[in-house]
Design a protein around this ligand. Structure first.
Ligand code: PMP
Length: 385
């Protein structure tokens, strides 16, 4: 029996070794980072070292990094009415952005995307012109399709309209350049577990002069008053170490992943010429393929793959378990029957040639039985009709 091959890196990446080591070391400490004694100062040092590592990954100042419980919380912290009079979010955002953060629903407007899931810049320009101080939130790369948005162009449009730009960059680190200045973002959210840190920690990074008027969690004044509560020192230390590792290797990792991803897509098309790979015309992350085979149901296919030692996903992990047609594919105008069959394959720094071979072998194996099943159900429904 072949070893299992994991292809769900956009949902969660494995913990990097330096992150694990930093966490184990931090768990051996006792102090509260707010205490003035030596033990407290040792905990504080770990947090501040990690803050510098996170800041360095995104080209920001350490003082502008606020640790949170993840990107969902970072998005909630950023999307507040103190930063704009209306909120504009793209139709393909993660639910934590699409839900409008701390804006009342009537002040949130959705921005359309084209058939590849790319934000329509003309629609953006005319929509934000209707607000005095528009706050716009567009993701760097989509977690389902891997489509990369033109953030620098969007930033220019937003700034010309007297607005601010928040970027959910969760899927970027380890795969793309995430420098906050190059992107032109005013606020950036990232999450540790997508880049080899632990689950349950993330950060909001601000441009230095941005002032968020209201914290999400009030209390003891930690994180410069922006996020109260005793810090999760071990998770933060692991996050920092993962950022340093990602910063050191992402360029070579990205090149290697793109080669494997291209081989994977060629293999899918060779085995099943009727397969549809989504967003073929847009720039995409080097590690992500979203595809569907007409007649295949996502749940059945995922289970068939799993039984063959292959972990793939139906789209975003947040909505798997209940596989529904994705809002991302709906916004791209993909027909709902095809969208319901969408399978996401996402790779990472340790994905090997053999993993991709295993996936393609499993695809050949599972597709013959799934095609048979599809043909039978078509015949049965034909007979019943
Ligand atoms: N944004 C995007 C694009 C994501 O992929 C995710 C994780 N699925 C989140 C936000 C939420 O991140 P977290 O799990 O850290 O709250």
């Amino acid at each position: 029996m072949a070893e299992r091959a994991y292809f769900d890196w956009n949902a969660a990446a494995p913990l990097r070794e330096p992150a694990r080591a930093a966490m184990v070391a931090a768990l051996g400490l006792t102090g509260n980072a707010s205490s003035v004694h030596g033990e407290g100062r040792a905990a504080r040092r770990l947090i501040e070292d990690a803050r510098a590592q996170v800041a360095s990954l995104v080209g920001a100042d350490a003082k502008d990094v606020t640790f949170t419980s993840g990107a969902t919380e970072a998005n909630m912290l950023a999307l507040h009415t103190s930063l704009g009079d209306r909120l504009f979010v793209s139709a393909v955002e993660h639910p934590s952005v699409r839900s409008g953060g701390r804006f009342p629903a009537e002040l949130v407007e959705e921005l359309p995307v084209d058939g590849d899931g790319v934000v329509d810049l003309h629609a953006l320009r005319s929509a934000i012109a209707r607000a005095e101080r528009p706050l716009t939130s567009v993701m760097l790369a989509n977690n389902e399709t891997g489509v990369i948005q033109s953030i620098a162009k969007i930033a220019n449009i937003v700034h010309a309209a007297n607005g601010l730009l928040h970027v959910d960059a969760v899927q970027g680190p380890g795969r793309l350049d995430c420098d906050i200045k190059t992107l032109g973002a005013d606020l950036l959210s990232i999450s540790a577990h997508k880049l080899g840190g632990p689950q349950g920690v993330g950060a909001l990074i601000r441009r230095g002069d941005i002032h968020i008027g209201e914290p999400l969690i009030r209390g003891g004044g930690q994180e410069r008053g922006l996020r109260a509560g005793t810090e999760n020192v071990a998770a933060i230390a692991g996050f920092g170490a993962a950022c340093a590792a990602a910063a050191a290797t992402w360029r070579s990792d990205a090149i290697r992943m793109a080669v494997l991803r291209d081989r994977l897509e060629a293999g899918i098309k060779a085995a099943l010429p009727q397969a549809v790979i989504f967003a073929p015309g847009a720039p995409r992350l080097p590690n992500t393929t979203l595809f569907a085979v007409p007649g295949f149901k996502a749940e059945t296919t995922i289970i068939a793959f799993d039984l063959n030692g292959i972990a793939v996903s139906s789209g975003s992990a947040c909505s798997s378990g209940k596989v529904q047609a994705s809002h991302v594919l709906a916004a791209m105008g993909v027909e709902s029957e095809l969208a319901r069959g969408a399978l996401r394959v996402s790779l990472g720094w340790s994905t090997s040639d053999a993993d991709v071979e295993n996936l393609l072998n499993a695809l050949t194996k599972v597709s013959s039985s799934l095609l048979k099943r599809h043909e039978n159900s078509r015949l049965n429904s034909g007979l019943a009709a």
